[in-house]
Design a binder for this molecule. Structure first.
Ligand code: SF4
Length: 79
């Protein structure tokens, strides 16, 4: 199963993801983006938010319990 990953330590707090997709992103106490929900991962707003991040620190990643599932676009058979 895929998960949303935000590299919060690199976030500049621009607010694009939170503004575009408040279902999945919110600010932490320091004003940087964190993942709010792992539901509805096929939403258009989520894709828009990922694409809108000016420094490209939002992506999908696999959860550790899904070793045999791969949903990355450029799969090279990673397991
Ligand atoms: S769009 Fe990117 S840089 Fe801006 S708040 Fe979200 S994660 Fe941080």
């Amino acid at each position: 199963m895929k998960k949303i990953e935000v590299l919060t330590d690199d976030c500049i707090g621009c607010g694009a993801c939170v503004g575009i997709d408040p279902e999945h992103f919110e600010f932490n106490i320091d004003g940087y983006s964190i993942v709010k929900s792992e539901e509805n991962l096929d939403s258009e707003a989520l894709i828009d938010a990922i694409e809108a991040c000016p420094i490209g620190i939002i992506s999908f990643t696999k959860s550790p319990d899904s070793k045999n599932e791969c949903s990355c676009e450029n799969c090279k058979g990673c397991k």
